[in-house]
Design a protein around this ligand. Structure first.
Ligand SMILES: NC(=O)c1ccc[n+]([C@@H]2O[C@H](COP(=O)([O-])OP(=O)(O)OC[C@H]3O[C@@H](n4cnc5c(N)ncnc54)[C@H](OP(=O)(O)O)[C@@H]3O)[C@@H](O)[C@H]2O)c1
Length: 294
């Protein structure tokens, strides 16, 4: 049996659709009871539990041989901090898995995960990886670049801004490179790890889409898919930083947070042929997979 954490999220929802087609039972850990559709399906069950609550994970782990751990917060909110969820939450899941005799732990990390307090999200993803690496469990770690697809945050928020504003702000010089990968391709990688686990065990596998694009090229791609005309204006980081901090204080859901702004200073790329080389298929270019923004 598989225990899937984060099944109600963006990647988890798409992964679950794929896992539904397979014979093995998938048990989904849900920490809020707002997704009854998860309870439907022949081989899918949902159990209540939170990665923040170690004892709530014992029951869900019973009878499980493989854990696919997707849970993370990309934005902090109340007690759900990078540290509590991404680091210590992963520690809780790893401990529960070890005690339950799980034989394989597939862990979703992020490209750029690093031991650097200047990037608190990436630090927490690195600390989560460390918990997995130190667990003694057979593990595989997937590190994707930014993921696009229906339900994503990054491309959808950017597209909404482009639709609303006559002038699109390009943060800093707009030269940071990203390698957006389609969510269905990430799912394909996860399923391949599930099926041919051994070749991915005991290491991190970094993946990205077929193109390394600057932030400005991503904005241009969205503008072209939306078929609109927009001016672009470069806003220096020294101006963006206080604006973003202000937005975080006054807006219920700001378009960008300080942690995200900080990460836009870092390239987020993999080898251009990372997916083809490691998984044997050609991933979808951004331009061909973002019709949902229209
Ligand atoms: N999206 C990207 O571009 C991207 C890129 C690289 C790596 N990743 C990694 O991919 C993974 C999935 O990302 P995503 O974009 O799918 O995130 P997401 O949409 O925010 O989903 C996060 C999931 O975690 C669940 N969750 C949050 N707190 C929990 C808790 N205390 N206990 C149990 N479940 C909890 C959420 O449930 P609720 O919805 O009920 O809160 C949701 O199902 C993460 O590890 C992320 O770091 C994402």
């Amino acid at each position: 049996m598989i225990l899937l954490t984060g099944a109600t999220g963006f990647v988890g929802g798409h992964l679950l659709e794929e896992l539904r087609k397979r014979p093995e039972v998938v048990r989904c850990l849900v920490h809020r009871s707002r997704s009854p559709e998860l309870l439907r399906g022949e081989n899918v069950e949902a159990v209540q539990g939170s990665v923040l609550d170690r004892s709530s994970l014992n029951g869900p782990m019973r009878g499980v041989d493989t854990v696919i751990h997707l849970v993370a917060v990309i934005r902090e909110k109340g007690p759900a901090t990078f540290q509590s969820v991404n680091h210590l939450g992963t520690r809780n899941v790893v401990q529960a898995a070890r005690e339950a005799g799980v034989v394989r732990f597939i862990h979703m990390s992020a490209n750029g995960a690093r031991n650097d307090p200047h990037f608190p999200y990436l630090l927490s993803k690195w600390q989560g990886e460390e918990e997995v690496r130190g667990s003694g469990l057979p593990y595989a770690i997937l590190r994707p670049s930014i993921i696009f697809g229906e339900g994503d945050e990054f491309i959808t928020v950017l597209a909404d801004l482009i639709k609303k504003l006559p002038v699109v702000p390009i943060i800093g010089r707009g030269t940071t490179r990203l390698q957006p990968i389609w969510v269905h391709d990430v799912v394909r990688c996860l399923v391949a790890i599930l099926d041919r686990g051994d070749s991915f065990l005991g290491r991190e596998t970094t993946v990205g889409g077929p193109q390394q694009l600057t932030y400005e090229q991503i904005v241009d791609t969205i503008i072209s898919v939306l078929d609109v005309k927009r001016w672009r204006v470069h806003v220096p980081l020294s101006i963006m930083k206080p604006l973003v901090r202000l937005g975080e204080r006054v807006l219920p859901y700001p378009p960008i947070t300080s942690a995200e702004l900080g990460m836009l200073e870092l390239d987020n790329i993999a080898a251009p042929d990372a997916v083809k080389e490691q998984f044997g298929f050609d991933p979808l270019p951004l331009r061909e997979g973002i019709d949902y923004v229209r």
